[in-house]
Write a protein that binds this ligand. Structure first.
Ligand code: HPA
Length: 270
């Protein structure tokens, strides 16, 4: 696996002449932020050796590298989910490629359902902590000793100092960001009302179908991470109406400028 990561990194390095400092992974309907990257080098996932391929509508399969807010960034436009049938260990491959490229900070965005009843569709919530309700771990398998320890700590899943700087800047710009615990559920079916009741009892605030494996990988290989959810809907059973993917994409579209500002603040304050 380590050799595959090296090969993918070498291919990417041969196409660029900057060293990305920040990695950006953009969730459902949020890929537009990559369109603002200056002097972008765009690489199709399918051309990168050993890179996983995305299959969901609304997820493009492109790596974009360039400058954003004055910093060198690498972004994945279109992320991968366990529900696409990939092995989890394969899905965190890009995080390790980021690490080898020289990335030190990772910004993750996702669309999530609101579990906490004080949330509303359109809210932006920093993922302050995580619960693994998928009951799977992407690090299962031989450990990549070159990249990190067998038993990485998850006591500080995100970089609190970085998040504090982001929150302060967002407040100055009158963008409201709250904090919550993100619950990873496997998908692709949305949750049942009983499952959401369970998450509420465990004090989960958000529910989504990935992000946590990426956080685990970032902690494993020593990349500082922050993650933000766009609340695209209230989770199942809270509003007594069925969820659909279209609604999720519509809300993501509605808040895209606000969300883009948060991502830019995160880049600036790293
Ligand atoms: N559940 C899981 N994932 C999601 C949801 C949800 O309600 N909304 C957006 N992603």
């Amino acid at each position: 696996m380590y050799n595959k990561i090296k090969e993918a990194t070498e291919y990417i390095t041969s196409k660029i002449d900057i060293k990305p400092l920040i990695g950006l992974i953009l969730g459902s309907g949020l890929g537009y932020i990559a369109d603002e990257i200056e002097d972008p080098i765009i690489i199709d996932y399918k051309n990168i050796p050993h890179f996983p391929q995305s299959t969901v509508t609304g997820h493009e399969g492109k790596m974009v590298i360039g400058m954003l807010e004055g910093k060198p960034v690498v972004t994945l436009k279109g992320r991968f989910h366990a529900y696409e049938g990939h092995q989890l260990s394969k899905l965190i491959f890009p995080i390790y490629v980021f690490k080898e490229l020289g990335v030190e900070g990772l910004i993750l965005t996702n669309a999530a359902g609101g579990v906490n009843r004080t949330l509303n569709p359109g809210d932006i919530v920093a993922n302050a902590d995580f619960i693994n309700f998928a009951m799977k771990n992407p690090l299962i398998g031989p450990n990549l000793d070159e990249l990190g320890p067998r038993f990485p700590a998850m006591a500080k899943p995100i970089d609190r100092k970085w998040l504090k700087r982001i929150e302060e800047k967002a407040e100055e710009k009158r963008i409201k960001i709250s904090e919550g615990t993100y619950c990873w559920m496997m998908g692709p079916s949305y949750e049942t009302p009983a499952e959401i009741k369970m998450l509420e009892k465990f004090e989960g605030d958000l529910v989504g179908m990935f992000t946590m494996p990426e956080i685990i990988a970032a902690n494993h290989c020593g990349i500082k991470a922050v993650a933000f959810s766009a609340v695209t809907n209230m989770a199942a059973g809270i509003l007594h109406q069925p969820l659909n993917h279209k609604e999720v994409m519509e809300v993501a579209e509605r808040i895209k400028y606000k969300f883009a500002k948060v991502v830019k603040i995160a880049i600036k304050t790293f």
